[in-house]
Design a protein around this ligand. Structure first.
Ligand SMILES: N[C@@H](CCC(=O)N[C@@H](CS)C(=O)NCC(=O)O)C(=O)O
Length: 206
């Protein structure tokens, strides 16, 4: 049985939960991180020395790093669904995973924390404004990429959609000013029709 450690309100954990749900892989979720703690226990640190979530155990395989876990689960359980054997097609989709993590996550954090996790008095307005401006530019890049295909991964949902799809929920649901993003909005509407996305990603923002 696949075990997933991580609190469900973490974007990185959502990626893994959503992936497992899409694949229909049975799993046990153990809440960890944030108020749930556990991540500093020696047994957890032995699995993930970073003390971060998510972390998984699948048989003898222990893995951390959310994007790596998504790639692993898709390759192992998603041959007919999230995974593609075509190397070029796969790399083309996977670049969106790495882009979401390396380029979007940091400015996005400034928006998310200031809007969702801080009270109005505690907000760092300069960081919020800068984060919003940067994220708006980045979302326009994703919007343009979605102009001629339904998913970032191509004709069907794939691993390339998962990280940005997790950010998209917060992006579209936070009370912020967004630029016009017609293609990304249509993509988000497509994601919202998926039971796996609704279950793992569309939970109250905290
Ligand atoms: N690069 C890592 C980052 C993991 C990470 O930063 N996780 C955060 C939650 S999103 C965390 O564990 N924070 C500490 C905690 O929840 O206790 C990944 O993608 O898995």
């Amino acid at each position: 049985m696949l075990t997933i450690w991580g609190r469900g309100n973490s974007t990185n954990v959502k990626k893994v939960l959503w992936c497992a749900e899409e694949l229909g892989v049975p799993y046990e979720q153990i809440n960890a991180g944030g108020a749930f703690g556990l991540v500093n226990d020696p047994t957890y640190r032995a699995m993930n020395p970073n003390g971060l979530v998510p972390c998984i155990k699948d048989g003898d395989v222990v893995l951390w790093e959310s994007n790596t876990i998504v790639r692993y689960l898709a390759a192992k359980y998603g041959e007919e669904t999230l995974f593609t054997r075509d190397v070029a097609e796969r790399a083309s989709a996977e670049k969106w995973m790495d882009w979401a993590t390396s380029t979007v996550a940091i400015p996005f954090r400034d928006v998310f924390w200031n809007i969702v996790r801080r009270s109005p008095e505690e907000r760092d307005m300069a960081a919020l404004e800068k984060g919003l401006q940067t994220c708006s530019g980045l979302m326009k890049i994703a919007d343009a990429a979605l102009a001629d295909k339904p998913f970032l991964s191509g004709d069907r949902l794939g691993v390339g959609d998962i990280p940005l799809g997790c950010f998209a929920y917060a992006w579209f649901e936070m009370p912020i000013e967004r630029p016009a993003l017609p293609h990304m909005t249509a993509w988000y509407e497509r994601l919202k029709t998926r039971p796996a996305y609704r279950k793992a990603v569309m939970i109250p923002l905290t």
